[in-house]
Ligand binder design. Structure first.
Ligand code: SF4
Ligand code: SF4
Length: 174
């Protein structure tokens, strides 16, 4: 995976079918309406703290058909899905949904940041996204706190299998 880079764009990287593909997916239908006003980026709480995360840029790369750049971009995974961009876009682009569509496509190719794979395997093992260290559990006990409620990984695993989640997480990036 790579940063959303400023490398010059080569014509050979552009795949016009990509934007058509995105436009046909639920949530991606209005991607071509974007006229690059930058409102999404200026109001995005993540862009405020990141030097590389720019939703406007992700939308433009999608319009240009830069499939590999977009799907391999680390920044794609920084979106917090707060929907501020969607609420404020003057063109009604549904930016957050476009980003979800792009992430789903990346995940189908096995391009998922290791931190999310780790979270997923923790959910499958324990029912919790975060593996609680033994030491912390012992501290709770010593402090007289009740045991934490048990997760239900069997039931979660069953649900996730039905939506191909496991296949995406287990697949190696291309
Ligand atoms: S706010 Fe909407 S129109 Fe403006 S750059 Fe973002 S997606 Fe494009
Ligand atoms: S949904 Fe994502 S891109 Fe949109 S404002 Fe929130 S963090 Fe930024």
């Amino acid at each position: 995976m790579t940063e959303t880079v400023e490398k010059p764009i080569k014509a050979s990287e552009m795949d016009p079918k990509f934007r058509q593909e995105i436009s046909k997916m639920h949530g991606g239908e209005k991607v071509m309406r974007c006229f690059q006003c930058g409102t999404c980026t200026s109001d995005c709480p993540i862009a405020r703290f990141s030097e590389t995360y720019r939703p406007r840029q992700i939308i433009r790369m999608t319009q240009l058909g830069l499939r590999d750049r977009v799907l391999n971009s680390d920044t794609l995974w920084l979106c917090a899905a707060c929907f501020t961009c969607t609420d404020r876009c003057p063109q009604d682009v549904e930016v957050a949904s476009v980003i979800r569509v792009l992430r789903n496509l990346a995940a189908e190719k096995g391009i998922v940041p290791p931190v999310f794979k780790e979270e997923a395997s923790s959910i499958l093992e324990s029912g919790y996204a975060y593996r609680i260290p033994e030491l912390r559990l012992k501290k709770r006990e010593v402090s007289g706190l009740p045991p934490l409620p048990k997760g239900n990984p069997e039931s979660i695993g069953k649900t996730l299998r039905t939506i191909s989640f496991l296949k995406c997480v287990e697949k190696k990036g291309t």
